[in-house]
Design a protein around this ligand. Sequence first.
Ligand SMILES: [Zn+2]
Length: 194
Amino acid sequence: MQGKIEIVTGPMFSGKSAELLVASRNLANENLRVGLYQSVQNTRDDGIKSRNGDCLPAVKIKSLREIASDEHDAIIIDELHFFSDVASEVKWLQKTRQIGKVVVAGVLDYDFSGKEMPIYSAIRQIGPDTERKLTARCDEIADCVMPAEYSARLLNGQQLLEGPRILVDGVKATYSPRCKDHYLPITQLISEAV
Ligand SMILES: [Zn+2]
């Protein structure tokens, strides 16, 4: 089989996990042996879950190297940005594609401060076979019709631009999908330039 790396990207709440569930079922319908994985860092979800409640069980791992590639034809990875050892994980992706496996991974493209996630940049460099960019609905004002490409981090309603890239348990920040016009750093840049 021809190996492939397919990525599904976009901000939070854009339906990346739902896409992975669709991909997983389609691959299983082709009689491929499909393995589903997610990071142990993802303490929010137990399995790959879409916002509408659809869910498939996934094996929790610390590193992609723990995946038993021999047992699968296709490997689905949820929230790839939770894996922090970028060089090692991307090497695994390349190797796994070379040995003829299909890898479908969901990954956040930009963090809350608008910077590209390092693992996303690294995958772009090795060249994914397909990349699907999803958008969410902008959450800033009820009638905004612009597609949201960014994920804003909020604490008590105020947008935060600093702090660790990945927050795990114990932090009360929330996230909100925002369009370009309603995403703070871009707005600030524009007002500074005027
Ligand atoms: Zn908006």
